[in-house]
Ligand binder design. Structure first.
Ligand SMILES: Nc1ncnc2c1ncn2[C@@H]1O[C@H](COP(=O)(O)OP(=O)(O)O)[C@@H](O)[C@H]1O
Ligand SMILES: [Mg+2]
Length: 266
């Protein structure tokens, strides 16, 4: 579904990505995690064709998007839903209009079908009553939820969420994580990607995590494995947030037994 092959990208004065290799199959759920500034958002923008890499290839659904005309690329991107960190809603449109706008451009649904989709998704993110409100009338968490509804309203086969919970309180974060999982598991095989610098969010979202550091993929695999068998840097990066948690919660997260044995007196 997604393939990044030997991607390199620099900005003036920084070689941000040197060699990024990522492959995600249809129906997989994956977290991309790494320290702030490691290049997660840039990787997503490269994937969406919004930023051009200096080297390497990008494939979506088996097709390289780099040599494509903008028309061909737009056609491919109709299968991809994206929720940016900032929400990315149009301020001059109501919540309903924001969702309708995406569907008008990316689907062939009728007006009635679009309206039904708006209502069911807004109910799904517990915002049924915001249909006619403008983004400035919503809180940060509400806007984030509308952004999630908008990413999913076109029924994309790939849905990508950049820092879906950053800056939100733990309760709202949990609601959002559950929503992404629930709304996306609409029967068919959606491929889901969450980028976050929060390791707790990453491991709660997916069993497979891709860790980016210093321009490369530092680790890629089941996080329970990496937490015990990864490099020292990876073990430390993934583990540091869990040390000191209540043991009950460590069990709830199903942290690996050797990790629990090492950090808690059990
Ligand atoms: N358009 C740009 N021009 C210059 N530098 C940029 C640009 N976009 C991102 N960067 C720099 O690249 C680094 C990584 O950015 P980003 O991909 O947003 O990382 P992350 O999402 O992991 O926090 C940051 O230090 C940022 O300042
Ligand atoms: Mg980012």
């Amino acid at each position: 579904m997604i393939e990044l092959d030997s991607i390199a990208k620099s900005y003036p004065g920084v070689q941000l990505l040197t060699d990024i290799n990522i492959k995600v199959e249809k129906g997989e759920r994956v977290s991309i995690v790494g320290p702030g500034g490691c290049g997660k958002t840039t990787v997503l923008k490269i994937l969406l064709g919004l930023v051009a890499p200096e080297a390497g290839d990008v494939k979506l659904m088996g097709q390289s998007i780099l040599g494509m005309s903008s028309y061909e690329r737009e056609e491919i991107m109709k299968n991809v839903g994206m929720a940016f960190q900032q929400g990315g809603l149009f301020d001059f449109m109501t919540v309903k209009e924001n969702l309708m706008f995406a569907m008008e451009h990316m689907t062939s649904l009728s007006d009635d079908e679009m309206l039904a989709t708006v209502r069911s998704l807004l109910a799904g993110v517990k915002l049924a009553r915001t249909e006619n409100m403008y983004p400035h009338e919503l809180s940060g968490g509400m806007k984030r939820r509308v952004g999630i509804a908008r990413a999913l309203c076109t029924n994309p086969s790939v849905a990508i969420f950049d820092e879906p919970t950053s800056g939100l309180d733990p309760v709202t974060s949990t609601i959002i994580l559950n929503m992404i999982g629930d709304l996306a598991s609409g029967g068919e095989d959606k491929t889901l990607l969450v980028a976050t610098s929060n390791t707790e969010i990453a491991v709660r979202f997916a069993s497979r995590v891709i860790v980016i550091n210093e321009g490369k993929v530092a680790a890629d695999g089941p996080w329970r494995d990496l937490l015990v068998n990864g490099s020292d840097w990876v073990k430390n990066f993934l583990g540091v947030r869990f040390i000191g948690l209540d043991l009950d919660y460590a069990y709830e997260l199903d942290l690996p037994k050797p990790f629990i044995a090492q950090h808690w007196q059990v």
